[in-house]
Structures are given as C-alpha cells and as structure tokens.
Design a binder for this molecule. Structure first.
Ligand code: NAI
Ligand code: MG
Length: 500
C-alpha cells in the first residue's frame, strides 16, 4: 500500500496522506504499465501519480459494469442511495480544510476560494442531488381503456466523466451528484494537471460505504485514458467539460458506438453595459466576471461591450477596481485574489494573446506582462490585463484566452449590442447591465447563451441549470435539468383489452 500513497506537507503546513494510485473497485492500484505523471505547482514537483493506460480504463469500465448489476447497488432503494451521498457530503465537510489545501496547492487558486467557494459548493451540490435520488420518477399515461402505459426513469448505465483542471473537485461534484442520484456507475477521469484532490476524495467515497465499482476514479492523459474511455464499447454515456476542440474530438470518438454525450466547453461570453447602468456595479461585476479563478473560467465574461456615452467612465472605474482588487500573490496568502496560472502551457498561451493584442493594434491599458513580485519570481503569474479599442475581427476579441485577460469595445444602439454580443461561435454566458427592466428582459431573451446574468456576472447555483448553446456545449448540468443527462425513459405498454 505504501507505494500507492505518499506523505506530503503542503506549503500551509498541513500534512496528509496523498493517494497516488488509480481508484478501481474501491482500491488504489498501480497502473498496469506503471506509467506516472508529475503534479507540480510552478514547475516544483508535488507528487508523481499513476496514469491510466488503455488496459486500466478497460478494468475500471468492467468494474463499473459489474457494479451496475450488483444487488448492493442495483437493488439499493433510492432513498438509501441518497443517504450514501449525504454521508459522502458529510465526510467531505469533515475533510474540507485538507481538500481545500490540496486544491490550492495543485491548482494555484487562492485557499480562501478553494475553501469558501469550491468546497462549500461541492458539499451543497452533493446534498442537493442526494435529495433527488428518490425523486426521479416516471409517469402513468392515459391512452385508451384497453391499454395502460407508464414510464420508468432508469439510469443510463456506465458513465464516463472527463473533467478539467480549473475547478477539479467542483467539476467532479457536478458530475458525480446527478449520475449517482440516477443510479449509474461511474468511471471518472481527472485532468492530468490536477488529480490530487480527486484521489483524496476517492478515499472518502470508499469510507462513505459506496459498493466497490460504483465510482472509479482514474488519473490519466486525455489522449490515452480519456480517448480510451470515450471509445470503450461498454461505456454508455460520456460527460465532458473542457475545451471546444477536445469536445469536438470526443463527439467524433463517441460516434463509434453512438454514445449519449453531454459537453460543456468554451466561451467568449459578452458583458454588455448600457448607458443607464449603475457603472460602479457594472465595473465591480465585470472584474469578478473575468478575473476570478485567474480568469480560468469557462463562463468568464471576457468580452466587454460598453455604450459609447459611458465608455470612458466605465474604463476608468474598471481599471481602478482591477488595480485595487486583483491582488496577485501566493495562493496561500490571505489577501491574494489571483494566484498563478495552472501550467506553463496556459501561462505561455495567455502571454501569446498579449502579444497578439499588441500586434493587432489594440490599446493596452493595464497588465500585459508576467507578474514577477511573488516569491522567487518564477511562478506563472500574469498581471491582470485589459485591452481597449478592440475591433471585432481581432483574435483577442474572438478567441477564448482563459486567463486574467479582458477586451473592451464600445457600441451605440441596443440592436448593435445584441448583434455583436451574438457574433461568436460560442454561447455560454452573457451579462447585461441596465436599469430598464423592459430592456433587461428583451435583451436577455435575444442573447444567444445558455445563461444570462442581469446586473451581475457569473452567478452559478447548483439548483439552476448550467450549460451552453452553439459551440459552448450540448446538454445541461445542475438543477433538475442535470438529471436528464443521466437517466433515460423507458415506456411500458400494458394490454388490458385482450378479453374484450
Ligand atoms: P482539454 O479540453 O484538452 O482538457 C480537458 C479534459 O479533457 C482533461 O481531463 C483532458 O485530459 C481531457 N482530454 C484531452 N484530450 C482528450 C481526448 N482526446 N479524449 C478524451 N479526453 C481528452 O483542455 P486543456 O488542453 O487542458 O486546456 C486548453 C484550453 O481549453 C484552455 O486554454 C481553455 O481555453 C479550455 N478549457 C476550458 C475549460 C472549461 O471549463 N470549459 C476547462 C479547461 C480548459
Ligand atoms: Mg488539450
């Protein structure tokens, strides 16, 4: 067992036992080929973790398939299933400081955010879906007096879940909650950049008493373990959160066995400020909307459109809010708002967009360079970056950057604002600021997005559906709508009429 866990001490002084194996059938195991990957923060190694190969994925899928039929899961009353989920939520609550520590160390997000936002929501989301476990019901349907019809709402079967690195535990919870509530079994693949907190969570899943094989958790690379999971003939459904380009790949691979898919992908979400808006509020929300989580949020409002008459005022207040609120620093320091980018690759990507913005002729009004005043100056920190005078055909206006990087442009009429807000292949979120309630609801209805925020940005709540239109995704997570992704309806026709 000792080679499947390591004793670690995080930068905040917390010591704990970190599992490093693959979690299959409620046991941590080494990968068959012995393959490992390194988890690091700012290129300093934290731990080496086993990475699943094709054979490991096959073993995990078979374990999930077996668990699906096992009476300990199949015949478990849904109320008891909900109770297991509640138990898991309670255990997470008991371990939340350790989980938040691991999350911050591995991901770089501020500890206060990991603890107060991510962990709080993880626990609430699991409790919410635990409550749904015995409320997923079918219907009886009146047809003719000779027939009786009813529907059963059944699990899809074995679900493969592929999650990203920006909210590791939270994305795990969003996917585990509804899948378990509906009675599926799961093989989850964590992002190779951030498997540590999820492997710790795996130990709690066992402790909560879930039968072996119900939840299997693999660390592994996308092109190896992720692709094997998506193509596995015994996986019934794939749920994915990540980039649009990978989402497209997954859709193609899933076509081989016509798998049910849910995709939650990228965005270039607009935030529109009308002339009658409360500009201070708009600036405050615009800051959260793009700079939260180092700008690594799929729904971040990364494209700001401001009415011409309040443009200068907005830009100046927004700059001030960013300068005074976006404290860049050590993620374990209490006053840090923005930690390092997740990896060197993402750091380089953001810097390359800064270069693109400069060469395309946009005006750089803040940031635009690495932020060196933290520790030894070698971390992947980027100064919060604002470009103005941005034109619609610039790459920085059209492409998802995924960092503390925002573009601002101006408009004159409401029609123009809506047309330009919708001029994107994406359709995840959209924020709008106005005091005119008619305009607010009119624009909210006309904007092509899965979610609209009126006078705020990036509100998300486990009780409310989440997802995108256009190339931002397929299907919904969270809320009652999230259950649709993990259950199927079977129709049963009963003949009552043969004696007539
Ligand atoms: P990615 O979409 O490639 O990775 C997300 C997950 O998919 C990871 O678990 C990864 O291992 C897996 N994956 C990758 N290739 C796969 C494949 N061929 N088959 C199956 N699974 C696969 O994202 P990446 O490369 O880490 O980041 C690139 C960009 O993606 C970011 O700059 C950002 O724009 C976007 N992104 C969006 C996220 C969101 O929340 N919508 C989250 C993470 C990244
Ligand atoms: Mg990738």
């Amino acid at each position: 067992m000792s080679n499947l866990s390591v004793q670690l001490t995080a930068p905040n002084g917390r010591s704990y036992t970190q599992p490093i194996g693959l979690f299959i059938n409620n046991e941590f195991v080494a990968s068959k080929a012995g393959e490992k990957c390194v988890c690091s923060r700012d290129e300093k190694e934290i731990a080496s973790v086993y990475a699943a190969g094709e054979e490991d994925v096959d073993i995990a899928v078979k374990a999930a398939r077996k668990a699906l039929k096992d009476p300990s899961w199949k015949l478990l009353p849904p109320t008891d299933r909900g109770a297991l989920m509640m138990k898991l939520a309670d255990l997470i609550e008991q371990h939340k400081e350790i989980l938040a520590t691991i999350e911050t160390w591995d991901n770089g997000k501020p500890y206060s955010v990991s603890l107060d936002d991510d962990l709080t929501e993880v626990i609430a989301c699991l409790r919410y879906y635990a409550g749904w476990a015995d409320k997923v019901t079918g219907q009886t349907i009146s047809t003719t007096h000779k027939k009786f019809a009813y529907t059963l709402r059944q699990p899809l079967g074995v679900v493969g879940q592929i999650i990203p690195w920006n909210f590791p535990l939270l994305m795990a919870a969003w996917k585990l909650g509804p899948a378990l509530a509906c009675g599926n079994t799961i093989v989850m693949k964590a992002a190779e950049q951030t498997p540590l907190s999820i492997l710790y969570l795996a130990g709690l899943i066992k402790e909560a008493g879930f039968p072996p094989g119900v939840v299997n958790i693999l660390n592994g690379f996308g092109r190896v373990a992720g692709a094997a999971l998506v193509q596995h003939p015994e996986v019934d459904k794939v749920a994915f959160t990540g980039s649009t380009i990978t989402g497209r790949e997954i859709m193609k691979m899933a076509a081989g066995t016509l798998k049910n898919i849910t995709l939650e992908t990228g965005g270039k979400s607009p935030l529109v400020v009308f002339e009658d808006a409360d500009i201070e509020q708009a600036a405050k929300w615009a800051h959260t909307g793009i700079m939260y989580n180092q700008g690594q949020v799929c729904t971040s409002t990364s494209r700001i459109l401001v009415h011409d008459s309040v443009y200068d005022k907005f830009v100046s207040i927004f700059k001030e809010v960013v300068a005074s609120t976006s404290k860049v620093g050590d993620p374990f320091a209490e006053d840090t708002f923005q930690g390092p980018q997740i990896t060197k690759a993402q750091y380089d990507r953001v810097l390359s967009y800064i270069e693109a913005g400069k060469s395309e002729g946009a005006t750089l009004v803040a940031g635009g360079e690495p932020y060196k005043n933290v520790g030894d100056g070698k971390g992947f920190f980027i100064a919060p970056t604002i470009f103005t005078d941005v034109k619609d055909d610039m790459r920085i206006y059209r492409e998802e950057v995924f960092g503390p990087f925002v573009v601002i442009s101006s408009f004159v009429t409401e029609d123009e604002a809506v047309t330009r807000a919708n001029d994107t292949t994406y359709g995840l979120g959209a924020a709008l600021f106005t005091k005119d309630i008619e305009r607010a609801h009119r624009v909210a209805s006309d904007i092509e997005a899965g979610m609209v925020w009126i006078n705020s940005s990036n509100d998300s709540d486990f009780r409310v559906p989440f997802g995108g239109v256009k190339q931002s995704g397929i299907g919904r997570e969270l809320g009652e709508a999230g259950l649709e992704a993990y259950s199927q309806t079977k129709a049963i026709h009963v003949n009552l009429g043969s004696r007539l």
